[in-house]
Design a protein around this ligand. Structure first.
Ligand code: SAM
Ligand code: SF4
Length: 420
């Protein structure tokens, strides 16, 4: 049997697509290979959202070129955000790559007979990603995604519900609905169902324990959606809402479509409607012309709103984007690094303070796997919890007494049934 190896970098969307591609290949008769040198087919699922990711993809491809020199029958394919419409240019640049294909747009030799049936993960994790909307219509000035992933395309509600039911049969307990802009789901479908409608449908599935969704865009976060999260019992109290900057001038230059005041008001509404909400955000530092004062506005906003998690990135110009064409990348590299470090230090302190409230409390954890000999899982509001337990816990919801906390995770002990 031929063997395949998929190397993945980037966002959850890429991870979900790789899981499905693996399953698709297995339906075609491939087997997973433990290492690249055992594989007959290697697929690189790439990310070019930042220069650092693009460089890692280039390094990986470079290493695989050597492998191709010794293994002439190896097929090398590249998918993900590196792949644009100019595949001829890509072929010139990487002549040893056999195929380039856009995400989900499999080349003919990879098509299976029943094209309509999506390939779901064969052995999914208890918590599994379900892409519900592809592409992005927003064109934030710094971002390459709309150029590589195209316009927003929502999947029909019935298709997603059917998929969730099938995943449930395969042992899934929690679905994480994915989209670059997940809260604009449905606007392109007949009758325009929205994410609140989809959550309502999924909430009726017997046996499904939890539902999450990410990533939300502040301009599309509606009161209707907030009410759905607040009222539907399976929808977890967790929202990922990237703010990107605490300065209105920078938000404007980023073409984000909201102000800091609007964002602050959204967070207030979310926290009022959804007690115990876990909140994460994304921030870019060193955007063109970001002054020390504008950077400080971002740091101040993070101190004020106190997120559970902050993903911080230093701006890197992406060729073809509006910012790369029109704005000078004029914050020096060392200054970007220093701003990034300041946000990370600030957030580490805030997360440590938030998590310090957990020891002594009991958390409900859906167990997703084992790491370093410990079971790991998440609370409804997204806290990562580790605990030791001799019995098999995978896929179960356990009550865990939290004993220790760090900025990144909680550790505890399972309560025995008489304590539950
Ligand atoms: N759709 C989400 C949103 O509205 O923010 C995020 C998707 S984006 C692909 C993931 C993260 O990558 C962004 O939140 C941003 O912080 C970061 N990112 C995107 N383009 C970037 C760039 N040119 N430089 C640095 N970070 C970037
Ligand atoms: Fe990129 Fe903006 Fe779309 Fe997010 S919303 S994927 S940052 S263009």
């Amino acid at each position: 049997m031929p063997q395949y190896y998929i190397w993945t970098i980037g966002c959850q969307m890429n991870k979900a697509e790789s899981e499905r591609l693996g399953s698709h290949l297995e339906e075609l008769g491939y087997q997973p290979a433990a290492t690249t040198d055992k594989a007959d087919l290697i697929v690189i699922n790439s990310c070019v959202v930042r220069q650092s990711a693009e460089s890692r993809v280039a390094n990986k491809l470079d290493a695989l070129r050597s492998l191709k020199r010794v293994n002439h029958s190896l097929t090398l394919a590249v998918t993900g955000c590196l792949v644009n419409s100019e595949t001829d240019q890509l072929k010139d640049h990487f002549p040893y790559v056999d195929y380039f294909f856009k995400p989900g747009d499999y080349p003919q030799w990879l098509e299976k007979e029943n094209k309509l049936q999506a390939s779901l993960p064969q052995h999914p994790s208890p918590s599994t990603f379900v892409p519900i909307i592809q592409g992005c219509d927003n064109f934030c000035s710094y971002c390459i995604v709309p150029y590589r992933r195209g316009q927003e395309r929502s999947r029909p509600v019935e298709e997603i519900v059917g998929e969730a039911k099938e995943l449930l049969k395969r042992g899934v307990k929690e679905v994480i609905l994915l989209g670059q802009n997940v809260d604009s789901f449905g606007h392109d479908l007949p009758n325009k169902p929205d994410l609140a409608d989809l959550l309502g449908e999924l909430n009726t599935i017997d046996g499904l324990a939890r539902i999450r969704f990410l990533t939300s865009h502040p301009k599309d976060m509606s009161s209707r959606l907030i009410n759905a999260v607040a009222s539907l019992d399976k929808v977890c109290e967790q929202i990922s809402l990237p703010v990107q900057s605490g300065s209105n001038d920078i938000l404007n230059a980023m073409r984000r479509g909201y102000t800091v005041e609007h964002y602050r008001q959204l967070i207030a509404e979310l926290r009022t409607q959804i007690p115990g909400l876990g909140l994460s955000t994304d921030v870019i530092v060193g955007f063109p012309s970001e002054s020390p004062g504008q950077f400080q506005q971002t740091a101040d906003l993070l101190s004020e709103l106190r997120f559970d998690t902050v993903h911080v990135a230093a701006y890197s110009p992406r060729p073809g984007t509006i910012a790369a064409r029109a704005l000078e990348d004029n914050v020096p590299h060392a200054e970007k690094r220093s701003r990034l470090d300041k946000i990370e230090t600030l957030q580490e302190r805030i997360a440590a303070e938030i998590n310090a409230q957990f020891p002594g409390k009991t958390a409900e954890v859906l167990v997703e796997g084992k790491k370093g000999g410990k079971w790991q899982g998440r609370t409804r509001n997204g806290k990562l919890v580790f605990f030791t337990e001799t019995s098999h816990c995978l896929g179960q919801v356990k009550k865990v007494r939290i004993e220790h906390a760090s900025p990144w995770s909680l550790q505890g002990k399972v309560l025995t049934s008489e304590h539950q």
